[in-house]
Design a protein around this ligand. Structure first.
Ligand code: OAD
Length: 261
């Protein structure tokens, strides 16, 4: 069954020109980055509302920054895994290919993906609370906690979307456009419970895209998915990649024109 579905999904993929991917914490789990929900999830150990909200930052910016600096120190030495690498390799295979991620760890970029929509921000970026300017600072531990904007002396905050905040409308708009125009959408390693990200595959499906889900367990999206691969992203994606590349010459994917050019 699994093998037959892999073959079918590779066939669907081989015939597609516009492919989108939505990823969540599960794709980075095999690299050693903790997920949010589930047995060892971050939200089991820390209270989201005491750390990842504007109110928490207002109350105690140093505490919030210590938590983010701890997460930065966990992620800093981490390498992308086979799942990230397959997605980076697919970027050259299709006319349009974009990764929409809920992850803030920067691992898709580290693996070599270039067209990445970061829905929830990026843990390596800091944003001035007064001027709104964004700077990438990779030092961890940070030299000063809480960090201060060098140009105006105001507090920097993590460039991350907190609970109770809206996503950047420009970023969200692009994510919807990609979802509504793709022919195939992969949904990888997300519990599909956080909005608005969880709506993107539904929008893609409504617009006619095939939905291929990869997760170690079923999610609320699974009943709507055309294919569900129960397994680790770092194992399922390379298996699919092998089959896709066998079909590639016949499908002639690399001869298709790039819609962006
Ligand atoms: P979750 O922690 O909610 O879900 C991770 C998902 O990955 C689960 O469905 C797991 O079953 C699955 N999973 C774990 N290991 C896997 C593996 N090796 N291969 C495939 N799947 C695997 O993470 P997200 O859905 O990303 O937001 O959470 C969404 C948002 O909630 C996060 O971006 C974060 C959080 O609050 C912010 O911080 C703004």
């Amino acid at each position: 069954m699994f093998e037959r579905h892999l073959e079918e999904a590779a066939e669907v993929l081989a015939g597609a020109r516009r492919v989108a991917v939505l990823t969540g914490a599960g794709i980075s789990a095999e690299s050693g980055v903790p997920t949010f929900r589930g047995k060892d999830g971050l939200w089991r150990k820390c209270k989201a509302e005491s750390l990842a909200t504007p109110e928490a930052f207002e109350r105690d910016p140093a505490l919030v920054w210590e938590w983010y600096d701890w997460r930065r120190s966990l992620i800093a030495p981490v390498e992308p895994n086979a799942g990230h690498r397959v997605l980076a390799g697919w970027e050259g295979l299709f006319g349009d290919f974009a990764v929409i991620t809920q992850n803030v760890d920067g691992l898709h970029a580290k693996a070599g993906s270039r067209d990445i929509v970061e829905l929830h921000g990026n843990i390596w970026k800091l944003r001035c609370t007064r001027e709104g300017t964004v700077e990438e600072i990779r030092d961890t531990p940070l030299p000063r906690i809480p960090p201060i904007c060098p140009s105006c002396g105001s507090l920097f905050r993590p460039h991350i979307v907190w609970f109770g905040e809206s996503l950047d409308p420009v970023v969200l708009d692009r994510a919807y456009r990609i979802s509504e125009t793709c022919q195939v959408m992969f949904v990888i390693g997300t519990s599909s419970v956080v909005q608005p990200a969880a709506t993107l595959p539904l929008a893609a499906s409504r617009a006619g895209a095939k939905i291929i889900e990869v997760n170690i367990e079923p999610t609320p999206l699974t009943p709507q998915a055309d294919y569900f691969f129960p397994g680790k992203a770092g194992e399922v994606l390379p298996a699919l990649d092998r089959r896709l590349r066998e079909k590639r010459p016949a499908a002639g994917i690399d001869r298709l024109p790039d819609r962006r050019s």
